[in-house]
Design a protein around this ligand. Structure first.
Ligand SMILES: Cc1cc2nc3c(=O)[nH]c(=O)nc-3n(C[C@H](O)[C@H](O)[C@H](O)COP(=O)(O)OP(=O)(O)OC[C@H]3O[C@@H](n4cnc5c(N)ncnc54)[C@H](O)[C@@H]3O)c2cc1C
Length: 383
């Protein structure tokens, strides 16, 4: 009979926060099973041969307006202040993103930009964040022309490639995530707290999981050890009476009985280059390229002093569980059909009172890191 009070599947932020809380606040014994050979889920980072900290699954920049998340994590890490900057390469121009007044002045000669700025501010107010679809609906012809340019050159192709969909299928909420900003603030995020853990996300998550009472087993596919049947949970062939906190894919847990939940995946191409810098910002988006969406140069984050640099290029693709090049699920695909299918899995999960589906995979939701942490803290509080 297992002596664990809880099994946590997945050592990303969601699983690690829950394991930490259960062990430190309840004194529970917690077994964490992680299929990868490292902690931290998709936030995994490490130092490469050039001494540069890289993020294996794409650039992860911490930003939040949630003081409770900031204060909770600050018990486990020091922070290096960092404000993310992104440029968009359109033709031979590099425009600050989100598109803002600085971008406007790079796009047009000063006189015309000034005229558009005045129109924008009159209509929406200084500092406003205007979703592109709202800007496109303006009855002011010059502003509509501007909105159409931004939509065509910055939003539409990028979004189509990122999600693998046609222009007409793009959900307004997706476009609204990056508004047009009527200020000269070039920061990509405007949150109150913006920083990188001084010794990385992996070290931070390692500290969360180093509570007395927490055992972590890496390279363990939990589904080889767990069985769910008729409302009961089995661990290593024996009935398990504790809680199961599951941060993997819900469709996989239930053997895809209602069909697969679709995800978008990514390929990351890392390159080490023998010169100090490749580009002038951490991330440059390529909204109109055919195959890739963006290039990130990690050295801009912690400004390591060395004569070489490391970049990563992102190629979006559909998730395919049978193809080793495509079998990491990154983003849930939001459509009414997919939500309905997810609802079936959720209803099935509810038949197991010990089971708590948690995190971006099990809840089939896009969570930023701070959302994942807050969600886990709330879920613990509800236990
Ligand atoms: C490309 C990209 C960039 C991002 N950038 C940012 C950013 O800049 N800022 C930000 O705030 N957020 C960012 N995010 C979001 C961030 O990655 C998530 O918020 C975070 O990873 C969620 O943590 P999680 O624990 O829910 O999921 P995950 O990190 O995915 O952890 C789940 C873990 O469960 C494990 N697992 C699954 N199934 C099993 C199984 N059967 N057995 C054992 N283990 C299993 C997985 O291996 C994984 O390690 C980004 C996401 C992506 C994809």
């Amino acid at each position: 009979m297992s002596t664990y009070h809880a099994v946590v599947v997945g050592a990303g932020f969601s699983g690690a926060v829950m394991a930490e809380r259960l062990a430190s606040q309840r004194g529970w014994r917690v077994l964490v099973l992680e299929q990868r050979n490292h902690l931290a889920g998709n936030c995994f980072d490490k130092t490469d041969v050039n001494g540069i900290r890289i993020h294996q699954y794409g650039p992860h920049l911490f930003h939040t307006n949630k003081p409770e998340v900031w204060h909770y994590l600050s018990q486990f890490t020091e922070w290096q202040p960092y404000e993310h900057k992104v440029l968009a390469r359109v033709g031979d121009m590099l425009l600050p993103l989100p598109f803002n007044l600085n971008s406007l002045y790079r796009l047009y000669p000063a006189e015309h930009a000034q005229q558009l700025e005045q129109l924008l501010i009159q209509r929406y107010g200084a500092g406003a964040k205007v979703p592109i679809l709202q800007l496109k609906q303006t009855d002011e012809p010059e502003l509509r022309q501007l909105a159409d340019w931004i939509y065509q050159n910055i939003f539409v192709n990028y979004t189509m490639r990122q999600w693998g969909i046609k222009a007409e299928d793009i959900a307004p909420e997706v476009l609204a995530r990056v508004p047009v900003v009527l200020s000269r603030d070039d920061r990509y995020f405007h949150d109150q707290y913006q920083a990188i853990p001084v010794d990385g996300y992996t070290a931070l998550i390692g500290r969360l999981l180093s509570q007395p009472g927490v055992d972590v087993h890496l390279q363990q596919d939990a589904l080889q050890r767990l069985k769910l049947s008729q409302g009961e949970i089995w661990l290593d062939g024996e009935i398990f009476k504790g809680k199961l906190i599951y941060t993997g894919m819900l469709d996989q847990l239930f053997a895809y009985q209602f069909g697969e939940l679709p995800y978008r995946s990514l390929q990351f191409e890392f390159k080490q280059l023998d010169f100090p810098y490749f580009q002038t910002a951490t991330t440059v988006n390529y909204p109109n390229e055919d195959t890739f969406t963006r290039i990130t140069e990690f050295k801009h984050i912690l400004t390591e002093q060395c004569n070489s640099t490391t970049i990563v290029t992102e190629y979006p693709q559909d998730y395919d569980k049978n193809d080793p090049q495509k079998n990491i699920p990154y983003y849930p695909v939001f459509t009414a059909d997919n939500q309905e299918k997810f609802g079936q899995y959720k209803a099935l999960a509810a038949q197991y009172p010990q089971l708590i589906p948690l995190g971006r995979l099990a809840e089939y939701k896009y969570f930023n890191m701070d959302d994942a942490v807050l969600n886990a803290l709330k879920s613990f509080a509800e236990l």
